[in-house]
Design a binder for this molecule. Structure first.
Ligand code: HEC
Ligand SMILES: [Cu+2]
Length: 360
């Protein structure tokens, strides 16, 4: 009957399409490691001494998982298509049990093989964790303290190549410049709830726990921008708690550091003075700008805001348009963020923005 052939046919074509789509997906996934700008949070590629051993383990575990799935599928298909025929009179009643335990060998082999593989991967995992727990040589080249806040990252450099005196201590937010090839020790604290610090191409995750300091480290082997993210749910804007590690050549990093230590330029005109005053009055209770009376600590340090690539922990690009929108209504871009809508009017917004634009 023809009405039967049609659905069968369609099913076959549908099956072909699924196979095609799966093939494309696998191909796309295989190409992902190269497309790092399209997948900024990629843990499939490694760019530092801490990331390499973790990455090797990851790929090995992926290979084992894929092998197990392929083997299971092959065995199920073999069982399905080899089939077994029974004499018609044995059905539908009872079947005679085969006295020779030919099936058991499969069970012993399967359990034995998975136990061995699980044991091997456990040992490898423990060895990897031990290998990356301390920086090479046991000591980091520079140390930074990172404090998690709902929903941004405070970054404190505890010194530079010039020493650890108070004049070398640097505070910034959400963007972590580091010198390529040097190990960066990280001390993690939190100002409120539990967060987790993760820069997938450079290191694994480490939690930020109230009342204690957790230590970790990383290094970047290539110059570039590495995206990071809070990975412990910490409230409404958890997904908008991103960060960037920017790995510069050492002399470039030194120049950045030197510049970042400079206070804001003193106002040179009456207009600039008024701009600064507007900022201090409206924003200074929560934000610090070095060299001014603005010394608040509830929000990110804005001393060199214009040097940053993003606003509000990786949520918006740092352009004049987004900056104006953020000042006018931070709750629009990041509902629930701890910077309230301040109802700054047009002329005041212009003054404050003009001041912020001087913070190179
Ligand atoms: C009640 C405290 C408070 C006040 C007042 C306040 N802010 Fe904020 N501000 C914050 C907090 C908290 C954040 C971090 C928000 C986030 O990313 O979740 C922030 C973030 C920002 C950022 C983004 C900084 C970055 O590194 O990404 C800018 C820019 C900013 N504020 C500008 C201003 C300006 C300009 C004013 C005055 C008109 C102002 N703020 C007033 C608390 C405040
Ligand atoms: Cu979080």
């Amino acid at each position: 009957m023809t009405w039967r052939a049609a659905p069968d046919d369609r099913r076959r074509r549908f099956g072909g399409r699924i196979a095609g789509a799966t093939g494309l997906f696998v191909l796309a996934a295989a190409m992902c490691p190269q497309a790092s700008s399209a997948t900024p949070l990629s843990y499939l590629e490694a760019h530092g001494a801490k990331a390499y051993p973790i990455n090797n383990l990851l790929w090995a575990l992926i290979a084992v998982s894929v092998a197990v799935i392929v083997m299971s599928i092959v065995l199920v298909l073999m069982g399905t298509f080899r089939g077994r025929t029974f004499p018609a009179d044995a059905l539908p009643g009872r079947l005679e049990v085969d006295p020779v335990p030919r099936g058991s060998i499969w069970i012993f082999t399967g359990v034995g093989a998975s136990t061995l593989v699980l044991f091997a991967t456990t040992v490898w995992t423990v060895v990897t964790l031990a290998a990356v727990s301390d920086p090479p040589g046991g000591k980091a080249d520079i140390t930074i303290e990172i404090t998690g806040h709902q929903w941004w990252w405070e970054v404190l450099y505890k010194g530079s190549h010039k020493g650890t005196g108070p004049d070398q201590i640097l505070r910034t937010a959400n963007e972590i410049h580091v010198p390529v090839g040097q190990t960066v020790g990280v001390e993690l604290r939190t100002g409120d709830v539990i967060h987790s610090f993760w820069v997938p191409s450079l290191m694994g995750k480490t939690d930020l726990i109230p009342g204690q300091i957790n230590r970790t480290w990383f290094s970047a082997s290539n110059p570039g921008i590495y995206r990071g993210q809070c990975t412990e749910y910490c409230g409404r804007q958890h997904a908008h708690m991103g960060l960037e590690v920017i790995a510069d050549e050492p002399q470039q990093f030194a120049a950045w550091y030197e510049h970042a230590l400079q206070p804001a330029p003193a106002p040179v005109s009456a207009e600039a003075r008024a701009d600064l005053d507007a900022f201090v009055v409206r924003c200074g209770a929560c934000h610090t700008v070095a060299g001014t009376q603005a010394a608040g600590i509830l929000g990110p340090d804005l001393s060199h805001l214009m040097g940053r690539r993003t606003l509000a922990a990786g949520t918006l690009p740092n352009s004049i348009g987004y900056l104006s929108a953020w000042i006018a209504d931070p709750q629009h871009a990041k509902p629930g963020a701890l910077m309230p809508r301040l109802d700054v009017d047009g002329p005041e917004l212009t003054r404050i923005r003009r001041f912020l634009l001087t913070l190179q």
